[in-house]
Design a protein around this ligand. Structure first.
Ligand code: SF4
Length: 119
């Protein structure tokens, strides 16, 4: 089924409302990655070198005071790429399914990097 312009506008409006609800911008000011090269959090590919970069990014996230807020934003706004809130893309996909399908609060999922969502 094709998406109409009206549907696109409604989706964009919905996203904007969701983003404004979860992102007042204040958490970004305390981000541990604020002065770190952005590429560190968005490595290209799945090579061993890329995985090393992901691990470095996650280590920065582990001491970040706004990790949960960052993760929440990434899950709610469906950020597909990069490391957010100490979680890589696949880890966030799992958390997002749990949040969406089971209604588990993201705060409770923040430390969960291994358990797949129940089907
Ligand atoms: S949790 Fe990681 S990606 Fe998110 S703001 Fe903190 S350091 Fe940056």
């Amino acid at each position: 089924m094709a998406t109409t312009n009206d549907q696109v506008r409604r989706i964009a409006r919905f996203r904007s409302v969701v983003i404004s609800r979860y992102d007042d911008g204040s958490w970004r000011e305390q981000a541990a990655c604020r002065d770190v090269e952005t590429q560190l959090f968005f490595p290209v590919g799945t090579s061993p070198r890329s995985q090393e970069v992901v691990d470095v990014a996650k280590s920065i996230c582990s001491s970040c005071p706004v990790q949960v807020a960052c993760l929440k934003f990434a899950i709610v706004t469906n950020q597909e790429y990069g490391v957010w809130g100490g979680h890589d893309e696949e880890e966030r996909r799992i958390l997002r399914r749990k949040w969406r399908n089971l209604g588990t609060p993201i705060e409770l999922l923040a430390d969960d990097k291994t358990q797949p969502a129940a089907s």
